[in-house]
Design a protein around this ligand. Structure first.
Ligand code: F6R
Length: 611
């Protein structure tokens, strides 16, 4: 989820690249850099931190060449430092590349290159690619790139240059986005349309497996297998703001729709059959076998992801698991026995309460595992292990894709630990792995399906926007999802909503249910399905207007509800990754109907770094 910019033309490249990166900065912001071909050398400027730091460097001394590449980084491998910032070059600085995505077989490639005597200046997966390109080069950059990417697996968009061909850029797209912009005697490459709009509106979106070679007089597109590609460019009529949001009216909606990609990225290179590889996890199998307790601590949406994790770890691993709000935990006197693991979950990795709660358990001897979206964030500094969530930069204050990525990280942990402990037999592990692999496609089809989950959520959202109080119920994992659905709704719509386990209703809240009170039920867990239906009948009998989230093939639910938001069937264990999607959309449409400031709700901040 980084930003890429490239330029070939008659003008000095650095200012054009910098301007493009500014337009892309929302995509990644922990470091940035440019490389420009200048008088037979590649000149690079790189800086950790915000883009202004790179701008300052370029103010001091900008390379004056007319071909170059640039990058803003959202770290996935290696902390956000000057060394890890892109572009990356080979030790001779004869080749440079920028890259967005993840190289799945990075460990193997790095080991191979190291054994062959190559040395690395950064911890990034990108650097292996530039070494591969240098290795493969025999006078034709395009051929070297083609052969190099043939050795790499994963998702990537990359742009490469070399001193040997100072008027050529070669770019490849494999899943991560890449767009070509056609100007007057100049050509641009970018990971997003916003970067191009100051210069041109004529663009061409590259497709997976395509490669482009750009020289001052020619743009040559082909497939990686060499087949030429002919595709017409088109005229973009978005303004820059619309373009930044990918054409969506709000970042929240864009981020909801990014979830299939986020889930796919979260699994990339980590799941092979039933084997789970987590790059920054260092414990051994013995630790997994001897695990006696799992603590989960977090706040807000991250806590709700942890609530789902608690249900899942206990159910699957049979390890006692306690999920505690970090702000509560930090002032408690927790009893931490031997062989425990603490999962501290935080999108930002900077939430003050989460840091304090996690630290307390760590000091008392629990192994601390950060689940976070931000490489090098405070939480990672004192954690023993880290599982990065790979959601990319989340801009909307209301978290959506980061939540889903947190679920996936926990599923991967459970699959791995369950097999080591012998509680997951091969068949069960296979079922979980297959269901995980199916998730990106299922979420994609849920978001795209013809009858339109988004349309349905818009229709229901308009009705709910008139209400004052909305209740969410569910049991087990469905309750965990209900808590997140309720939080999403209240934080952006400013309506009162609360979530409770379905069985709790009759112990008080039922008194609030009258004619037309909205009750939203999540009902996917088969072992408690009928129990939840009983709760539904109770609220229905008091006049509630019931919306259910249920599986496609559930033909019973409509007898007890007014509306059903359907999701594809999966293992019950994995349903939160699907059932949360309609609830996110519902919250979005309620807030949208009410005309509210969706991406920046009042009184809330994206990251709460004070107590
Ligand atoms: C809600 C939301 C917040 C955060 C919470 C923790 O949409 O975003 O509830 O989840 O402030 O933030 P992180 O995950 O950064 O620790």
């Amino acid at each position: 989820m980084c930003g890429i910019m490239g330029y070939v033309g008659p003008r000095p490249a650095s200012p054009i690249i910098l301007q493009g990166l500014k337009r892309l900065e929302y995509r990644g912001y922990d470091s940035a850099g440019v490389a420009v071909a200048d008088d037979g050398v590649i000149e690079m400027r790189k800086a950790a931190g915000k883009l202004e730091r790179l701008a300052d460097l370029l103010d001091e001394s900008a390379p004056s060449g007319r071909l170059g590449i640039g990058h803003t980084r959202w770290a996935t491998h290696g902390a956000p430092t000057d060394e890890n910032a892109h572009p990356h070059a080979d030790p001779e600085q004869a080749f440079a590349i920028v890259h967005n995505g993840i190289i799945e077989n990075f460990f193997e490639l790095k080991a191979e290159l190291t054994a062959a005597g190559r040395t690395f200046a950064s911890e990034t997966d990108t650097e292996v690619l530039v070494h591969l390109i240098a290795d493969e080069y025999d006078g034709d950059l395009a051929e070297a790139v083609r052969r190099a990417v043939g050795r790499a697996t994963g998702a990537y968009a990359l742009v490469a240059m070399t001193v040997h061909e100072p008027d050529t850029l070669v770019a490849v797209r494999m899943i991560s986005p890449l767009v070509i912009g056609f100007g007057d005697g100049e050509t641009f490459l970018a990971s997003g349309i916003p970067a191009l709009l100051d210069h041109t509106r004529e663009v061409l979106v590259m497709e997976d497996g395509e490669m482009v070679t750009i020289t001052p007089g020619e743009v040559r597109m082909e497939k990686l297998d060499g087949t030429p590609v002919e595709r017409e460019s088109f005229e973009v009529d978005w303004d820059v703001e619309q373009a930044e949001k990918g054409g969506y009216p709000h970042f929240m909606l864009k981020e909801i729709f990014e979830q299939p990609r986020v889930i796919a990225d979260s699994l990339l290179g980590r799941l092979d059959g039933t084997d789970v590889t987590l790059e920054d996890v260092t414990w051994d199998e013995e630790f997994e076998r001897s695990l006696e307790k799992i603590w989960i601590t977090a706040c807000g949406t991250a806590f709700h992801a942890g609530l789902a994790g608690k249900e899942m770890f206990e159910g699957l691993l049979r390890v006692p698991t306690e999920a505690v709000y970090a702000h509560e935990l930090r002032y408690r006197d927790p009893i931490v026995g031997p062989n425990s693991m603490t999962l501290a979950i935080s999108q930002s990795g900077e939430t003050a309460d989460t840091l304090a709660g996690a630290r307390l358990l760590h000091e008392r001897g629990s192994r601390l595992v950060a689940i976070t979206n931000v490489v090098g964030s405070a939480l990672t500094h004192y954690s023993d292990d880290v599982v990065y969530t790979r959601a990319g930069l989340e801009i909307s204050v209301a978290s959506t894709k980061a939540y889903t990525a947190m679920l996936i990280a926990q599923y991967l942990l459970a699959l791995r630990i369950g097999q080591s402990r012998g509680v997951l037999d091969t068949a069960m592990a296979m079922d979980v792995a297959r269901a995980l692999e199916a998730l990106p496609g299922q979420v994609e089809s849920l978001l795209k399906r013809e009858e339109g989950i988004d349309e349905m959520a818009r229709y229901l959202g308009a009705q709910l926007a008139e209400k004052d109080d909305i209740y969410f119920i569910g049991r087990g994992l469905d309750y965990a999802v209900a808590t997140e659905g309720s939080l999403k709704l209240k934080e952006i719509s400013y309506l009162h909503s609360e979530a409770m386990p379905a069985g709790e209703l009759k112990h008080g809240t039922l008194a609030l249910i009258t004619e037309g009170t909205p009750v939203i039920v999540v009902n996917t867990q088969q072992h408690v399905y009928d129990k939840t239906v009983s709760a539904l009948q109770e609220v229905k009998a008091r006049g509630a207007s019931v919306i259910a989230v249920a599986y496609d093939d559930d033909t019973e639910i409509e007898h007890y509800t007014d509306h059903v938001l359907r999701i594809p069937r999966t293992m019950d264990l994995l349903s939160p990754a699907l059932s949360i999607v309609p609830l996110q959309l519902l919250a979005y449409h309620v807030a949208d109907t009410r005309g509210l400031e969706i991406d920046q709700p009042r009184n809330l901040a994206k990251s709460v770094t004070v107590e």
